[in-house]
Design a protein around this ligand. Structure first.
Ligand SMILES: Cc1ncc(COP(=O)(O)O)c(C=O)c1O
Length: 397
């Protein structure tokens, strides 16, 4: 049955959706049901729960909240983003054809390029999804799934979601959009026809760099049976988020809107400042979808509400200067990951995308002088000062 869309504002839904005071105690926050099993009243008689892998009240609450925020029929939470991705792939029969974005997080690339062909017999065609004509050309009558990220990791390429949905519909393929970089605050792909949204909830959804989690959210308009199949697979593969982590994620969602607002505001100011002073800072490129000269800006303006908080830079001076910059920043800490309240800086070629073969990495544009920033919610003046000192202080490396 399709749920009626919640008409309340996103900020309100992030705090209340799927939640009500604990019926036993009135606790305003959903309790952590830290139990592996539930006592049965008789055969087939219980209070709705049997065993935590198949259902846990804390997990079901965060799943209901996420489903609401993504305008999904149902959402499922996993121990990591990659676990969510692997489970989504298992929606397909073995030997399927997938068309995938060539600019994906390295771990998802590894899953699709290395594992899926061996363990599931899938064949995967990689193509630049920012080029809709190339996606159409790569899609065959028997293509079962189109998989993309927008903005992509790490190049912040923008995919025209509606164009990809139209291509997939022609051949009856499922569409999977990794919405990690945007969060549902900035972009809701299911509302424009995508079948399944996935997340590394480790990033903006949780936002505090203290847990790993993944999400798969299924559209009410996805082919019949997809939501039920996801639920089946989550249990059958045993890939569930723990009650404690579910509670942490639920707590984090309550501040998602205010965090995202500040993330986007800070990132826009920093990207604008760096882009306007490229020469002074020794930068060849500044990529942020909010900048008017970003190749995907017009599409991003149409399909996003806020442009996220990831900025990619191509620096003068190659890898040695990239290394020097990452060592010189203090507030932008040198660590992988993104989407936390604290700002991070990292080197995709040797870290997040080290699993991508060198030739493909360079062909895609994940070059040695690429540095990725994840802008946090600190005071933007402090962040600007931190990055300015690092960039100007390393011009002679
Ligand atoms: C866009 C994207 N998708 C998926 C993942 C994988 O998520 P996890 O690290 O939670 O398994 C990541 C991790 O960095 C990511 O950036």
């Amino acid at each position: 049955m399709t749920r009626k869309p919640n008409q309340q504002r996103f900020e309100t839904r992030a705090i209340h959706a799927g939640q009500s005071p604990d019926p036993l105690t009135g606790a305003i926050v959903t309790p952590i049901y830290q139990a592996s099993t539930f006592v049965q009243d008789g055969i087939g008689e219980n209070k709705g729960y049997v065993y935590t892998r198949s259902g846990n009240p804390t997990r079901l609450t965060v799943e209901a909240c996420l489903a609401d925020l993504e305008s999904a029929e149902s959402a499922f939470v996993f121990p990591t983003g990659l676990a969510a991705a692997a489970t989504i792939l298992d929606l397909l029969e073995s030997g399927s054809h997938i068309v995938a974005h060539d600019d994906l997080y390295g771990g998802v690339y590894r899953l699709l390029a290395d594992l899926a062909p061996i363990t599931r017999g899938h064949s995967v065609t990689f193509v630049n999804f920012a080029d809709s004509a190339a996606v159409a050309a790569a899609t065959r009558d028997d293509t079962a799934m189109l998989w993309f990220e927008t903005p992509s990791n790490p190049l912040t390429r923008i995919v025209d979601i509606e164009a990809v949905v139209a291509i997939a519909r022609k051949v009856g393929a499922l569409t999977v959009c990794d919405n990690t970089f945007s969060s549902p605050y900035c972009q809701r792909p299911l509302e424009v026809g995508v079948s399944v949204v996935m997340h590394s909830a480790t990033k903006f959804l949780n936002g505090h760099s203290d847990l790993l989690a993944g999400v798969a959210a299924v559209s009410p308009t996805a082919p019949e049976g997809v939501a039920l199949r996801m639920k089946y697979l989550q249990n059958a593969l045993g890939s569930v988020l723990s009650p404690v982590d579910s509670a942490l994620l639920l707590r984090s969602l309550k501040t998602l809107a205010v965090r995202m607002e500040r993330h986007c505001e800070n990132a826009m100011k920093i990207a604008t400042h760096l882009s306007e002073n490229k020469e002074k800072f020794g930068l060849k490129e500044v990529w942020y979808p909010g900048l008017a000269d970003h190749p995907g800006h017009d599409i991003a303006a149409r399909q996003m509400h806020g442009y996220g908080a990831v900025i990619s830079l191509i620096v003068e001076g190659g890898q040695p200067r990239a290394d020097a910059i990452m060592k010189a920043t203090h507030l932008f800490q040198f660590a992988v990951s993104l989407g936390g309240v604290e700002s991070l800086i990292q080197h995709p070629a040797t870290l997040t995308h080290a699993t991508v073969p060198e030739a493909r990495r360079i062909e895609t544009g994940i070059v040695d002088d690429l540095v990725r920033l994840s802008v946090g919610i600190e005071g933007v003046e402090d962040l600007l000062a931190d990055i300015e000192v690092a960039l100007t202080g390393t011009l002679d490396v």
